[in-house]
Design a protein around this ligand. Structure first.
Ligand SMILES: *[C@@H]1O[C@H](CO)[C@@H](O)[C@H](O)[C@H]1NC(C)=O
Ligand SMILES: *[C@@H]1O[C@H](CO)[C@@H](O)[C@H](O)[C@H]1NC(C)=O
Length: 205
């Protein structure tokens, strides 16, 4: 009985591994079934933490009806353009999606709907200075990627967005305000200490 349970557990693990985690889906095996666009009133140069990007997506109707019958969720991601990947192995594009480092920032995840999708995203404060494009992946019920779309062309050169990270100025202000509050707590403690001493001295008199 125990042996049977153990075998069953191993079998189950292997199956779920195959279905969800260990199954090496490659980017090149996915069809570009989504049409994705991204735009901003600021044009193509955005400030992290401030500027907004409007992203729209829908299924490409020229694919046969039912192409999207297994689509369950969609995830929008911000991805590094080739120019910002140069000499940076930690942003490298790998065909195996588990190892790919192109799209490290998830914008949102949503249940899949075929059309009329739009999302206004304020560029996160932690986005570094670089050139980006937006890609949407669709996943089936097991969480396996089954399609994609992106706002750029195949060579990832068209319609890119340049993000300027939060600058040194903000950091300086943050550091200054921390220093200032440490200073003010320090002077408050000092003030109380002096007052108490004064009090003691006058009591003794
Ligand atoms: C929709 O898919 C077809 C076939 O792959 C493609 O030729 C066409 O350019 C796509 N449309 C858009 C707007 O991407
Ligand atoms: C898309 O959304 C707009 C506004 O929310 C609505 O008027 C329109 O009917 C929708 N179209 C489809 C195809 O769902």
């Amino acid at each position: 009985m125990d042996q049977f349970h153990a075998m069953f557990a191993v079998g189950y693990l292997m199956l779920s591994c195959f279905a969800a985690t260990c199954y090496g889906v490659t980017f090149s095996s996915l069809h570009k079934t989504l049409i994705v666009s991204a735009s901003s009133p600021q044009g193509h140069v955005l400030k992290a933490g401030e500027d907004e990007l409007t992203i729209k997506w829908e299924v490409n109707q020229t694919f046969p009806p039912g192409t999207d019958s297994t689509y369950k969720t969609v995830k929008l991601k911000l991805c590094y353009a080739p120019e910002s990947q140069k000499d940076r192995p930690w942003r490298k594009t790998v065909d195996d999606l588990k190892k790919d480092k192109t799209c490290q920032h998830t914008i949102i995840a949503r249940p899949y709907t075929p059309s009329n999708n739009s999302f206004i995203w304020t560029v996160d404060r932690d986005i570094p200075s670089a050139m980006f494009f937006v890609r949407a992946y669709v996943y089936d019920g097991q969480g396996v990627a089954v399609g994609y779309g992106q706002n750029t062309d195949r060579s990832k050169t068209a319609d890119l967005f340049t993000v300027h990270a939060i600058t040194g100025r903000h950091v300086t202000i943050d550091v200054a305000s921390v220093c200032f509050s440490v200073f003010s707590v320090g002077s408050l403690v000092g003030f109380f200490y002096m007052e108490r001493r004064k009090g003691k001295v006058s009591l003794v008199k």
